[in-house]
Design a protein around this ligand. Sequence first.
Ligand code: R5P
Length: 345
Amino acid sequence: MSNEFKLGARGELKLFANRSGQQFAQKVVDSISEVVSSKISPYSINLSELNVIDFADGEFKPEPKETVRGVDAYLIQNSFDTTSNRSPQDNMMESFMAIRALKVAGAERVTLVLPYHSYSRQDKAKGREPITARLIGEILSLSGADNVLTTDLHADQICGFYPVNTKVDNLRASRVLMPKIREMFPKGKLENLLIMGPDAGGAQRAEYYAKTLGTEIGHASKRRSYSTANQVEKLEVQGDFKGRDILIIDDMIDTGGTIIKASQAVLEKGAKEVYVVCVHPLFNGKSLEMFSKENIKVLGTDTIPRYNSFKEENPWFSEISVAPIHAKAILKLNSNMSLNDLYLE
Ligand code: R5P
């Protein structure tokens, strides 16, 4: 397996993690260790130390604790973290600073591994507001990021918001989700399945899953309040839902309003059972209580760090890891190889 890589082609590989990236980083290290056998030492890859000092006024300062001259550095960071009180702003700031620290300490290349890209819903402007998804790209690029690895961006075009010296690889969670869905709906069950996105923005993703799995597709349209955050005004669904199992697929769950409304709408139209698949389950507001009360099964990924008892407390939720996809992308980048196959299911 390790023969498929040419490790070191882009210089010595070193992995670092910011404070909110520790959980995901450990999974990446474990996945890499499974792929890169200890036989091909010196490539036993561990997490290198990145120290962060906190100051009394809330400022902080990250510092790599070993030399990075000439290395191909990867910084792993989760921007939304349910296990600490660090905000997306704190985490993004920590990323900007750690990237700059690695760059000024002599790293040849710095890749930010950002499994969930915060601010990606701010990809358009109606009035005087900023397109913050682009601003994040500009600041990451200015900080010194040569590459960003992320998963299922809210809008694919965000890759193009980054300046030309920063390459964005938007990896697909479908690579792990699709086999799991096949397992959940084997032949005999698959025929009764209908796939649907909860709004027009999710229609393309739903179409891809429906086409690949060979199922029928339903449609939904959502009207949001543009002035009040997380407020769904109206959600309408179209399709032949009677007696069917419905799989609603979305890039993210924030407060759960969208998914709950879409589930209720299909159940009102006679759906038998509702399943939800979501790449980035943030679960803010009252969403945990709502999902538990409605007894909706949700399959998500681990782009959001969780505290230990989460799964036990929320048995309706199951999780599949995208760390192996990111690990493989890291090994391929360091080997200067194409990531093309990681974009396919
Ligand atoms: C919106 O376009 C996204 O794809 C999600 O549907 C949305 O962000 C989910 O937010 P909430 O769970 O708060 O309705």
